[in-house]
Design a protein around this ligand. Structure first.
Ligand code: SF4
Length: 421
């Protein structure tokens, strides 16, 4: 039985674990899990501690790692996975497409105590020089292999089907399809003049996920790749299909979440997230960004965090890290660290206004504010989201009770001295 099946009859160990780590009553979590508003990421091999994602729970952060076809080093990708988790990422996705993919995935699974996700279709595509040569059996076999290895969640672009493709062909997009999984699926469908196997044989896909209790992350293969392409018919057509697939996941006892765009201007983010929540009947929303402008390569960890924070305010539950290398190169460990930190800031900003998290998140802000008021530097640096970075910056100030920003005209000191008299 899957966790979702077991949760329907009572509180499970996984629910208890998430309840303790989130400080939320186990019955509340069980109820939300049964409704599909929460997922708990943990393969039935129980390789890593479970992590909950969704309503009422703290906003989670995922770090992507993985080789590419032009750059591949097993050691570097394992190091990046560790760097992501050490910087505070809750999960890691291995998106490798170069080198020994089985070994890289298994090494990452062995290196981190965090749920790991993958996109199995990438590996099926890597086996061939032409996408047309991938067989539908291979797609499912690779998926099964990932589940058997202990992967906790998989992105499947099952919503890319003939309907969304028709909308794509008649759209005026600048960038067409920018999702890697979406592009592979689209190319395969066009070359075979056939339906997407992950869509047409979705029940079989669910059987595999159910066997290993792996969470389905329903990918957004038609996500907009630039501001111009945002909120168009291909995107929303796919989203309607994803809503239908969510219901089929739940009926099969498979937990699922829905992935979202992409590149979205500020004034469309609320509608986009609310539509995802509405069409998926409250499934956890996992966002890639959204990036709020196309103009900032090199700074896209900021453009994504701005969009992520606004999306979270309207219901997004899970933020995928965008690094400063986005659109430019394969990220380094340092890029991953920077991306995770900026995304964690967005996630905490969301928690400050999120039902279920508001109180504990505000307690943390109040504690650092009191340390700041008391000019208690040690405590303030300890409580910072990135203590090491804060400490390094503060070390530029001389060792006095104030910092070098305002010196003896420190407003806090002036007021503390004045009110003490
Ligand atoms: S010196 Fe200025 S910046 Fe530094 S703690 Fe005092 S008020 Fe804040």
């Amino acid at each position: 039985m899957t966790l979702l099946d077991r949760a329907r009859s009572g509180i499970t160990d996984e629910i208890r674990f998430v309840s303790d780590s989130e400080g939320i009553d186990a019955e509340v979590i069980r109820n939300l899990l049964c409704k599909g508003e929460i997922v708990i990421l943990q393969n039935n091999s129980k390789r890593a501690d479970p992590v909950g994602v969704g309503s009422m729970l703290s906003t989670k952060v995922n770090a992507n790692v993985g080789t590419s076809t032009t750059s591949s080093s097993l050691e570097e990708e394992v190091e990046k996975a560790r760097a992501g988790v050490e910087s505070g990422a809750d999960t890691v996705m291995d998106l490798s497409t170069g080198g020994n993919l089985d070994l890289i995935r298994q090494s990452i699974l062995g290196a981190v105590n965090a749920p790991v996700g993958t996109v199995p279709l990438y590996q099926a595509a890597c086996k061939h020089t032409s996408i047309a040569d991938i067989s539908s059996d291979e797609m499912f076999n690779v998926l099964r292999q990932h589940c058997r290895d202990g992967v906790d969640f998989v992105t499947v672009h099952a919503g890319v089907n003939r309907n969304s493709l028709r909308e794509l062909e008649s759209s005026n997009r600048i960038l067409g399809v920018v999702s890697r999984g979406g592009a592979i699926t689209t190319a395969w469908m066009l070359q075979h003049d056939s339906e997407n196997p992950f869509y047409s044989e979705f029940d079989y896909l669910l059987e595999i996920l159910s066997e290993y209790d792996v969470v389905a992350s329903l990918g957004d293969g038609m996500r907009p790749g630039c501001i111009h392409d945002s909120s168009d018919r291909p995107e929303y057509t796919e989203l309607i299909t994803l809503g239908e697939l969510v219901e089929r996941c739940r009926r099969a006892g498979v937990q699922c979440m829905v992935e979202g765009p992409g590149h979205v201007p500020l004034d469309e983010i609320e509608t986009s997230v609310r539509a995802m929540k509405y069409l998926s009947k409250g499934a956890p929303v996992y966002l890639l960004g959204p990036l709020v402008t196309d103009l900032a390569p090199g700074y896209d960890h900021f453009t994504a965090a701005i969009g992520g924070a606004i999306a979270g305010m309207h219901g997004a539950d899970f933020l995928c890290v965008t690094t400063p290398a986005e659109h430019l190169a394969l990220p380094t460990s340092e890029d991953i660290r920077n991306g995770v930190m900026v995304t964690r800031i967005a996630a905490h900003a969301i928690d400050l206004v999120k039902d279920g998290q508001r109180k504990s998140a505000r307690r943390m802000d109040n504690e650092i504010a009191r340390a700041r008021r008391d000019l208690n530097w040690q405590r303030q640096l300890e409580l910072a989201i990135d203590p090491e970075h804060a400490r390094r910056t503060h070390s530029r100030s001389k060792e006095t009770d104030v910092c070098s920003m305002c010196g003896e005209l420190c407003a806090i000191k002036v007021m503390n001295d004045t009110t003490k008299k």
